[in-house]
Design a protein around this ligand. Structure first.
Ligand SMILES: [Zn+2]
Length: 419
C-alpha cells in the first residue's frame, strides 16, 4: 500500500473499487490501519471530547452501512481487508449552504471588487439572466461538475438553494434539478427582488409566497430568504416573515440569510420562527448573540468565511459565538458572486486561521454542526448503523486540514471508489 505514491493512491482506490463491487453480495469490508478515526460522535460537545477520536482504528461496513468500529487490534475478520496506510478518516463534510445551480460567471465583478468597488448584492442580476437562459441539460451538466469537485474534496452531503430564477418556471426547474441530487433542497425565491419588480416589491413578495411557492414546495424541504434591509435588493423583516410563514404553511422548514452586510433583523426573525439555521451572522448585536445562545438547541449560526475572504470583508466573530455557547456550522455558500469555491477544506482552514476556531472546532462545525443546521442526526458523524459517508485524509491527523491549506489531502470513500 502506498508504494506507487501519489494521492489518491491508485492501490487504495483499486482495493476499494474491488470491495465495492463485491458489496452487492453483502460482503463485509474492513477498513483498517487508520491512524485517526474521527467520529465526531464523542460523549459530549466539549472541545476535548466532541471529536470522539479513536487512534489506530478500524471500521467495517456492509452494504454501505457501518456495522463495527474500534481499535484495529480488536477488529473481527471481514471478507475484504483494506489498509488505509496510516491515513485519517472523518465524517464526510456536510456543506449545509450552497447556491450550486447557476449558469454564467462573474469574474469581472470579482476583479472590480478587488480593485475597490463595494458589494451590495446587485451583481446577481447577471447570474439570473444567464440561468434563465440556460436549458435543463446545461444546468444539470454544470451542477454535476460542481458536485464531482465536492465529492473529490471530502463533501458527502450538500444543501442546494434555488434563487437564480426569480420567476415561477425557472425557480421550479432549479428546485427540481436540485432534488435529483440531494434531499436538502431549499426554495429561495426570496433571494433578491428581480429588476422587473423593483418598483413593485409587494407584488414580488406575493408571488414568492404564493404561486412560486406552490410550484416549488413539492420538491423542496426548506425555505430561505435573504433578510438584509441594508441591501436595496434584499428583503426587510416584514417581507421576509411573510415569505417564511407562507413556506411554513406549505410544509417547508425555515432558514434565513441574515446579518451579512450590516446589523439587521435576520437573527431575531430566525429565532422567532424557530429556523434551523441563520446564515452569515457577520454583524451581530449582543441581543442577537443572546438570542442565539438561548435557542442553541433549535437554531444554528452558520458561518460562511469564504464569503468574507472573497469579498475582503470582516469575518464573523466565531470565537465570541463559540465562547458564548452558540451552536455553529461552517459551509461554503458556493455561488458565483461572493464565494465561487465549493471546498470545505478551504473553509475549515479559513475558520481556523481567520476566525480563531481551533482545528477541532472547525472540523466539528463542518460535519456534526452542519448536520444540525440541516436537522439531521444520521450524517456528520461516524457510528454503527449509519451510512459509511466518509472523508479520507492523506494525513496522519485531521489537523492537517487547516495546517496544509490548499493541499488536496481530502477526498471521499465514494470518490476513491470511482478513480
Ligand atoms: Zn447564500
Amino acid at each position: 500500500m502506498g508504494l506507487m505514491g501519489g494521492w489518491p493512491d491508485p492501490a487504495l482506490s483499486s482495493a476499494i473499487r474491488t470491495a465495492e463491487h463485491d458489496q452487492a453480495d453483502g460482503t463485509a469490508v474492513l477498513l483498517t490501519d487508520i491512524a485517526q478515526l474521527v467520529t465526531c460522535d464523542g460523549p459530549d460537545d466539549s472541545p476535548a471530547s466532541a471529536l470522539g477520536i479513536i487512534e489506530d482504528a478500524a471500521l467495517i461496513h456492509q452494504h454501505g452501512e457501518i456495522v463495527w468500529l474500534g481499535a484495529a487490534s480488536q477488529a473481527p475478520p471481514a471478507d475484504h481487508a483494506i489498509s488505509l496506510g496510516r491515513r485519517t478518516i472523518t465524517p464526510g463534510f456536510v456543506d449545509s449552504h450552497t447556491h450550486l445551480i447557476f449558469a454564467g460567471e462573474r469574474s469581472g465583478e470579482f476583479a472590480a471588487r478587488m480593485a475597490g468597488v463595494p458589494y451590495d448584492g446587485g451583481g446577481i442580476a447577471s447570474t439570473v439572466a444567464a440561468t434563465r437562459g440556460a436549458d435543463d441539460g446545461e444546468l444539470s451538466a454544470l451542477l454535476h461538475t460542481r458536485l464531482a469537485q465536492m465529492w473529490a474534496q471530502g463533501t458527502t452531503t450538500v444543501e442546494i438553494k434555488s434563487g437564480y430564477g426569480l420567476d415561477v418556471e425557472t425557480e421550479r426547474r432549479l428546485v427540481e434539478l436540485a432534488s435529483t441530487v440531494t434531499h436538502e433542497v431549499t426554495y429561495l425565491g426570496g433571494h433578491v427582488v428581480p429588476a422587473e419588480f423593483r418598483d413593485n416589491r409587494s407584488e414580488y413578495v406575493d408571488l414568492v409566497a404564493g404561486e412560486m411557492l406552490r410550484a416549488c414546495a413539492p420538491r423542496a424541504r426548506w425555505i430561505d430568504v435573504f433578510c438584509e434591509p441594508a441591501s436595496p435588493h434584499a428583503f426587510d423583516a416584514d417581507e421576509a416573515r411573510t415569505i417564511l410563514l407562507a413556506g411554513r404553511s406549505a410544509g417547508l422548514l425555515p432558514r434565513v440569510h441574515g446579518n451579512q452586510l450590516a446589523h439587521g433583523p435576520g437573527v431575531q426573525l430566525a429565532v422567532e420562527l424557530g429556523a434551523a439555521s441563520v446564515d452569515h451572522c457577520t454583524y451581530l448585536s449582543s441581543a442577537d448573540v443572546d438570542a442565539l445562545v438561548d435557542s442553541a438547541e433549535t437554531t444554528v449560526a452558520t458561518l460562511l468565511p469564504g464569503v468574507e475572504f472573497s469579498t475582503r470583508s470582516p469575518y464573523p466573530d466565531a470565537r465570541g459565538l463559540l465562547d458564548a455557547g452558540v451552536s455553529i456550522a461552517l459551509a461554503t455558500d458556493c455561488n458565483p458572486g461572493t464565494c465561487y469555491s465549493n471546498s470545505m477544506p478551504f473553509v475549515i482552514a479559513l475558520a481556523v486561521r481567520e476566525m480563531r476556531m481551533t482545528p477541532a472546532e472547525a472540523l466539528f462545525a463542518a460535519t456534526r454542526g452542519a448536520a444540525r443546521a440541516l436537522r439531521r442526526d444520521n450524517i456528520g458523524r461516524i457510528a454503527v448503523g449509519l451510512n459509511a459517508e466518509l472523508a479520507v485524509l492523506d494525513a496522519p491527523s485531521y489537523v492537517h486540514l487547516a495546517y496544509r491549506p490548499g493541499v488536496p489531502i481530502a477526498t471521499t470513500l465514494m470518490a476513491l471508489a470511482k478513480d
